[in-house]
Design a protein around this ligand. Structure first.
Ligand SMILES: [Fe+2]
Length: 198
């Protein structure tokens, strides 16, 4: 079933109420991974603005980025945030995100994109491939069924692609961003982090 985001699923489809907290509660590594991903995905509005400006001469791509890609990416972020807040309710997600954004925001600029549109599009596609692989692996390895389902939904092929060119612009900010998010989560942005042992 389609949604307003262009995705084939909605955050309402994810059964957060059945989340098996006992299987993830003390898993610090999993917490770092999912919280970092939520930070990155939910910042897609900033990233999309840059890409829209960069590709503004290509109306088809710019419109698709703004009308489809951004919505789907923001849904990824919202769904992951809800997972984090359900699985690890002691974590202050908003406080952690503020720190992340303070680090990442200044680096997420049009000037940091590739020197040509072709290179930027190629880099986005490479990163998108890596992102899909990341979520597929997360789904395969998740010890918790709700995360398994959510990661599988995020990794699924997009329904919304530019109609004529079949071009795609990938979903994940740069590895710089990933490293930034991991650093922020790991540095204890929360007032209370999970009682993890990993
Ligand atoms: Fe995404």
């Amino acid at each position: 079933m389609g949604t307003s985001t262009g995705a084939t699923w909605s955050i309402d489809d994810i059964p957060y109420g059945t989340l098996a907290r006992e299987s993830v509660r003390d898993d610090r590594r999993l917490f770092d991974i999912v919280a970092s991903a939520s930070f990155i995905e939910i910042t897609s509005d900033l990233y999309t603005r840059n890409l829209v400006e960069f590709f503004r001469a290509d109306r088809e791509v710019a419109d698709w980025l703004a009308e489809h890609w951004q919505r789907e990416e923001l849904q990824h972020g919202a769904a992951l945030r809800k997972y984090v807040e359900t699985a690890w309710p002691d974590f202050d997600w908003q406080a952690g995100y503020r720190l992340f954004l303070a680090d990442y925001g200044p680096t997420c600029t049009v000037q940091r994109l590739a020197p040509s549109k072709a290179l930027e599009m190629a880099s986005r596609c490479v990163i998108e491939t890596g992102t899909a692989t990341f979520y597929r692996a997360l789904s395969d390895l998740s010890p918790e069924p709700v995360l398994k389902r959510l990661a599988a939904e995020i990794s699924a092929p997009w329904s919304a692609v530019p109609p004529t060119s079949r071009r795609r612009t990938p979903s994940m900010p740069t590895r710089r961003c990933s490293a930034c998010a991991t650093r922020r989560v790991s540095s204890g942005a929360s007032t209370t982090t999970p009682t993890a042992t990993a």
